[in-house]
Design a protein around this ligand. Structure first.
Ligand SMILES: Nc1ncnc2c1ncn2[C@@H]1O[C@H](COP(=O)(O)OP(=O)(O)OP(=O)(O)O)[C@@H](O)[C@H]1O
Length: 279
């Protein structure tokens, strides 16, 4: 398929996630104020903005950790605003965290297996009847998915290693593996390359692109590395002081005067992109 065709089918794809007029306050502080945007199915959408813009608050509201004051979150056509995080996870919303949230004393494989807990049966009756062939088939399928993820992320050699002993870049990759094990429809990545060196960043960017292209999983990410954001995103949403100040394709957003001025205080945006690219 040509690039043009790919782009036009992406643009006509329906939104898998819609944030509609969402506001969120902490006491007197308004972290988000009437934020609306859409994430198209099969896209990589980046949420960017200077420090304190409201990106993490937005992520927490989407995954259900924060309850917004007003507004709605529509996932796959259904209003999930009142659902708790586990229900959202069951629907196929998976996320990683800014500070790695892995079980450091456990092996890579065991951490990945834990990613599946979102789909485990918890009801007692279910547990009693969920036996025999169906159970065996599910376990086999799970093992197959885990193996596919391990191969895909090139972490075969560390599968039995304790996570705490791994270098930072590999720990981030294991976190991605665990999120993939949930078989998500939309993967929310909170600063996936924060603290990584250039080589680790490039590896992670390639894996994220492959997750989209080969696995067909929609990505929503918060990221400060502007070079990486502009390289791999299809759509960029820019927040400042809890409001959307611009959105569009990377090239459009990069040249938007409102975006440039929002970033001036924290270093010129174009300069930051140049620096990350040159590093
Ligand atoms: N739990 C909280 N309690 C009180 N205020 C909060 C809380 N979380 C965030 N805030 C405030 O809400 C605003 C938005 O913060 P948020 O962490 O969402 O921004 P951000 O864009 O993710 O910033 P950064 O890039 O620094 O991570 C900030 O003013 C912050 O101080």
């Amino acid at each position: 398929m040509s690039d043009g065709l790919k782009r036009s089918s992406r643009e006509t794809a329906s939104p898998i996630l819609k944030v509609d007029a969402l506001s969120l306050s902490f006491g007197g502080l308004r972290a988000l104020s009437g934020v609306s945007f859409e994430v198209r199915e099969g896209s990589i959408t980046a949420l960017i903005g200077p420090n304190g813009a409201g990106k993490t608050s937005m992520f927490n509201a989407i995954s259900g950790f924060y309850r917004p004051n007003t507004g709605r979150i529509i996932f796959d056509g259904e209003d999930i605003s009142r659902e708790r995080p586990p229900s959202r996870a069951k629907r196929g919303l998976a996320r990683t965290f800014q500070n790695i949230a892995l079980f450091r004393g456990m092996t890579v494989l065991d951490n990945i297996k834990l990613g599946r807990h979102a789909h485990l049966k918890t009801n007692v009756l279910d547990a009693l009847f969920y036996r025999g062939r169906a159970h065996r088939e599910e376990m086999e399928l799970r093992a197959e998915v885990e193996e596919r993820i391990i191969d895909f992320l090139e972490i075969q050699h560390i599968r039995h290693a304790s996570v705490g002993a791994l270098p930072y870049g590999l720990q981030k990759r294991v976190e991605l593996a665990r999120a993939l094990a949930m078989r998500p429809r939309i993967l929310m990545l909170d600063e996936p390359v924060a603290g990584m060196n250039r080589e680790e960043t490039e590896d992670m960017a390639r894996f994220i692109l492959d997750v989209k292209e080969e696995w067909g999983i929609t990505i929503l990410m918060v990221e400060h590395d502007m070079g990486m954001v502009m390289d791999i995103s299809d759509h960029v949403v820019v927040l400042n002081f809890g409001q959307v100040i611009a959105q569009g394709r990377p090239a459009e957003v990069q040249n938007d005067p409102a975006v440039i001025s929002a970033y001036l205080g924290s270093g010129d945006l174009a300069e930051r992109i140049r620096k990350t690219e040159a590093a």
